[in-house]
Design a protein around this ligand. Structure first.
Ligand code: NDP
Ligand code: OXD
Length: 306
């Protein structure tokens, strides 16, 4: 079995060594133009040339959960795309969301500013019931985040394509229930995949439907947010703030107003990083299963786009 590896920004050596340790009988090499035909590829944002030259690939293993960049390419029709299933990302997302939520709810930024001035002053306690948290996307990451937020006893709502039953989560599904979900939400967390159906879904209309004093935590893809719509909603006071990890253009340009807006916190697409060890073990396990003709999880539906 031959495996080719192409990871735009990542040096492939450590990935190749890890995969080789898991799959000692395989020939595993960094992809280069003209490389021998491989059975599987392990990729992040591969060049179109790789796919054009390797139409025989059985598995195309993405080293991330989101496959939007991959689906923009012309893919060999018989190749299965396989995304990472969690692989250590869901706990990071849960940490990130709970941190952003609690920092906002408990007004820790205000305490920090007071402390800098040497001011000892209390904020009036706020009530959890006034901060219902709505999670868009109840997949691998969204469900874990919903369960983590529920542990802090916030009301939790979730929205997905198909109906879900998750303990402690009020579930909404499909377009028909979207506006009800938004109207009941104050802190909105986006964990949808970026598809034709979800691009630009965080716009003036959607965000304007949140309960007054709404808060946005945007951690899936920059293409979900209509960036020009956010600042007017913050400046008008309808939204109290936003924590943003993903942007239309990454890295976020130095002159972008999000960097300096007082109600916006920015992180550099760091909410859930790919962890090499977990990912290598998961991908190798799936390659072994495929080679034995067994079913695997995480196969992308190219029509749905996730
Ligand atoms: P999943 O595919 O497991 O879950 C996607 C969820 O979104 C599902 O619940 C699905 O509904 C729902 N969904 C999809 N389309 C729609 C729609 N049109 N309307 C309503 N609900 C919809 O994905 P993950 O949880 O693993 O990951 C989510 C995204 O997070 C990734 O696609 C990626 O873009 C992003 N991400 C960001 C990272 C970062 O560092 N910032 C790191 C990792 C991922 P249903 O269950 O009914 O199919
Ligand atoms: C992912 C990402 O999709 O890193 O995994 O954003």
């Amino acid at each position: 079995m031959r495996i080719t590896v192409s990871l735009t920004d990542n040096r492939p050596d450590a990935w190749i060594a890890g995969l080789q340790a898991e799959l000692p009988d395989a020939t595993i090499e960094a992809w280069q133009p003209g490389a021998a035909p491989a059975d599987h590829a392990v990729v992040w944002a591969p060049p179109q040339q790789l796919l054009d030259e390797q139409p025989q690939l059985r598995g195309l293993f993405n080293i991330g959960a989101g496959v939007d960049a991959l689906l923009k390419l012309k893919l060999p029709p018989g190749t299965q795309i396989v995304r990472l299933d969690d692989a250590g990302m869901s706990v990071q997302m849960a940490e990130y969301v709970c941190h952003a939520l609690i920092r906002h709810f408990r007004e820790f930024d205000v305490y920090q500013a007071d402390a800098r001035e040497g001011r000892w002053s209390y904020r009036k306690p706020r009530l959890r019931r006034d901060f219902p948290v709505g999670i868009m996307g109840l997949g691998v990451l969204g469900e874990r985040v919903a369960r983590a937020v529920a542990q802090f006893e916030f009301p939790v709502l979730g929205w997905s394509r198909s109906a879900k039953a998750i303990d402690g989560v009020q579930a909404f599904a499909g377009e028909a229930q979207f506006n009800d979900f938004l109207a009941a939400t104050r802190v909105l967390v986006n964990l949808l995949p970026l598809t034709e159906a979800t691009r630009g879904i965080l716009d003036r209309d959607t965000l304007g439907r949140l309960r007054p004093g709404g808060y946005l935590i945007s951690i899936a893809r920059g293409g979900h947010l209509v960036e020009d719509d956010l600042i007017p909603l913050l400046d008008a006071g309808h939204l109290a703030g936003a924590t943003l990890d993903v942007f239309q253009t990454e890295p976020l340009p130095a002159e972008h107003p999000f960097w300096r807006h007082p109600k916006i916190s920015v992180t550099p697409h760091a909410s859930a990083r790919t962890l090499r060890e977990e990912s290598v073990a998961q991908i190798a396990g799936k390659i072994r299963a495929l080679e034995q003709g067994l079913p695997i999880s995480g196969v992308v539906d190219k029509v749905k786009g996730y």
